[in-house]
Write a protein that binds this ligand. Sequence first.
Ligand SMILES: [Cu+2]
Length: 162
Amino acid sequence: MYTSRRTKVITLSIVLIASLMALAGCEPANGERAERQAALEPVRVSISAVGNQMLFDTDELRIPANSQVTLVLVNPADSPAMAHNWVLVEHNRTEEVGIAGGMAGLEREYIPDHHAVLAHTALAQPGETVEVTFEAPPAGTYSYVCTVPGHYASMRGTLIVE
Ligand SMILES: [Cu+2]
């Protein structure tokens, strides 16, 4: 008898907690997020590595604020050693993120667990194209870099959100 009653109380508590969570705004928060994302302008930008070199074909990208950016990275290399990625970082943090990326290793696709990393693609093997979609950060100046070991010194550029 006691056990049965206790079970009922626990069940009621779970229902109550679920109701409170709904009231606390878990669902409206998701709704707001979806609404905000729907309001973002979709923008597609493309960048390519240059042949078998440790170079991007542009050292500056511009994107509008309040946009949902899809960054496409083309790797036209045919040398098996020339994998690349594209990592968006806080301005002028390319060197420390590049070094940390090298230490993160291939199993993590050279993406370090670093607070200055804002977005990144997967690793593009030679001949591959990869892309990443992210919400544009606030207007300002940012940097991008390839974090494959040794590449950060020459594969970098500036991303301007305007
Ligand atoms: Cu690279």
